[in-house]
Unconditional design. Structure first.
Length: 242
């Protein structure tokens, strides 16, 4: 019994690592955005995840009722239910991986001279190991009747809290949309102001200023202004008028 439980925990850790690597390679920005959201506000993420859990089943009921209004919608009820289940499970998985990364960063740090992806992989690995150790301890404590039951309840409550915080972080971060809005805000403000500063001062000559003529060209006199003399090649001064 103990061996089967330990193998189950090890298998769960292996599956979590595989999914984490896939998410890290395909959706690194979204994972980092959710992790930052969870790290900034753990309490807010927890309450947002709890509210999402409470509204998950009513949302499914409303979705199914909306599909049942028409005949085509009735046929689409299985697809809608499957899409709802996949969306919820995907959000929970992404949230758990993000919280595991936060825990791993808190335990092991970022590492000196590491790139962003290698630091994220290190934090994810250490975090998943920390989550697995909770269940390893509960499995080892299961031999004691009362203490084993308490250890399982603690491990279950801890895992539920991690999943709740992760789900709330996914909802709060809107899977990276807030990060993109910050980038667009910078693009609309600082970057365009830089372009304005670069191209805004293209004209340096005032409206009433007279540009100096080039070479030997003689400007036309206006309001008594004497024309500039034409240069001579023999060293003598030219005429003062046209």
């Amino acid at each position: 019994m103990l061996t089967a439980t330990l193998f189950a925990v090890a298998g769960t850790f292996g599956i979590g690592m595989i999914i984490g690597l896939v998410v890290l390679m395909t959706a690194e920005e979204a994972l980092l955005a959710v992790a930052k959201s969870a790290a900034r506000d753990v309490g807010g993420s927890f309450w947002a995840g709890l509210l999402t859990q409470l509204l998950a089943v009513p949302a499914l009921v409303v979705l199914l009722i909306a599909c049942a209004v028409t005949l085509i919608g009735i046929l689409a009820i299985p697809v809608a239910a499957l899409a709802w289940a996949l969306a919820l499970s995907g959000a929970v998985t992404l949230g758990v991986l993000a919280v595991a990364m936060v825990i791993g960063r808190a335990v092991a740090g970022r590492g000196t001279g590491a790139t962003e992806r290698s630091a994220a992989l290190r934090g994810l690995t250490v975090g998943l190991v920390a989550l697995s150790l909770v269940w390893f301890g509960a499995a080892l404590a299961s031999q004691v009747p009362v203490f084993g039951a308490v250890a399982r309840l603690v491990a279950l409550a801890f895992s539920w809290a991690v999943a709740t915080v992760g789900l709330g972080a996914v909802v709060k971060s809107r899977i990276g949309v807030s990060r993109l809005s910050v980038q667009f805000g910078r693009f609309g403000g600082d970057r365009f102001s830089g372009y304005t500063a670069k191209w805004g001062a293209s004209r340096t000559t005032g409206v009433n200023e007279v540009q100096v003529p080039v070479s030997w060209q003689t400007p036309t006199p206006v309001q008594g202004v004497v024309a500039a003399p034409r240069p001579r090649t023999d060293g003598q001064a030219g005429p003062t008028g046209l």
